[in-house]
Ligand binder design. Sequence first.
Ligand SMILES: Cc1ncc(COP(=O)(O)O)c(C=O)c1O
Length: 495
Amino acid sequence: MANGRVVQTADRTIGSRQLAALLPAEVLARPGYRALADAVRTLILDGRIALHVRLPAERELAEAVGASRATVTGAYDLLRGSGYVRSRRGSGTWTELPDGHRPVGAHAIVGGIGGRADGEPGIDLAIAAMGAPEGSLAEAFAWAAPRLPQLARSPGYHPFGLPDLRTAVAERFSRRGLPTRPEQILLTSGAQQAFSLVVSLLCRAGDRIVTENPTYANALDALRHARLRTGSIAVSDAGWDMEIAESTLRQTVPRMAYVIPDFHNPTGALMPPEQRLRLLAVTRATGTWLVVDETIADIALDVPAPAPLASLAPRGGADHVITIGSLSKTHWGGLRVGWVRATAKMIAELTAVRVSADMTGSVLDQLVALPLMDDMDRALPARLAQLRIQREALVQALQRHTPEWSWRVPPGGLSLWVDLGEAVSSALAERAAAAGVHIGRGARFGVDPGTFEHRLRIPYTLSADRLDEGVRRLAGAFHDGIPLPSAVDRPHWVA
Ligand SMILES: Cc1ncc(COP(=O)(O)O)c(C=O)c1O
């Protein structure tokens, strides 16, 4: 399907046991039809059951949840009446969103932030990245300056990347437990270009791929532009739904799966080792390219930085894994230095695509990146300490100004995935903009339009006082006396 939407197919199913496992304990303890309908509706709105997924037959679900068939029939009737499922005689019941829901257009999380009408400066809470560490860029430039003239004698085209930096990136992978040769590295203009190149090389319009849901908004946009058919793996505060992920992968046999296992953007979740192994095994079995985005892996605040996911694969079992990363979170997004790690053959193929896109990366940026890369392990602790302080400041600001919202403090990463308790995040983001706050509303991170409307992603990448001011303004917009319009009309259950 064109028109910029992620294409959905109606050929995925959720089993009765899988659905039962997603239901809250209180619903399973007393499975009334209203409670069951309410729980399924919440799972749909929260992206934990994707749209256009076939629900289990009534009899099977009744058995799995220990309810009467009439209870499930009643629940499905309610869901149908309120537009959350659609049934066709003889072929089943699928998840949907009601016609009245208001999906919001995709706007990239980029661009400046206007101030308030009264001249107060704006606060950008849409970007989960920090400024460069104090002093380090200037030192790196000073190191690079005398080395530039020699490099400048050549034409300056290095499509694979500056050789010394390729070596440095490969060595860092090796030190972190994934032996890597420089030929296995392509240097790119950030992780975003790395991802776009991988998608261009591997996928054709109409191919099936799988991403987490929610996931990194700009990756979703790249997939939309490539017109891929996107299936999803739910990630919630409780982590990955690996059983459903495995069955989705086996059912749809996608060309590519894209995951952010380390301090996942936006939830901050960290994938446990056992799930990493399962993901490696199932993608290998289905012949799916596994694209692992490790851009945030080093922002490990409460736990040691995880080893590269591909390092867990049995010997020779990681050729289908493509790892991407960058210096944007550890150092600075303004330095456009990222990479892809894959087999040497794939790196050569990706480089051919890169030449058609932008020929080569900036020699200057890569030269400056060299000392930063070498110094990373020494410099990182100070940055992480600063982020821990800011994370705590954000938590305190939320407790002070919006105690009715809820959140889980992630073990790393750069943001909180805040639950507003109501599906008003797009309306709130719009109102907040008038108050000079730019914020990533939940729907930007959802595979299906109209989902995650009760979530906001709030990064803790600003100073404590800016965070407090930003949350104060958000709270002002939230409590402003005029109710925020809900993106999803609440169903009026009638019986
Ligand atoms: C998960 C993830 N991948 C990729 C990127 C893009 O990073 P880069 O600036 O290296 O292109 C980001 C930046 O926010 C990110 O969070």
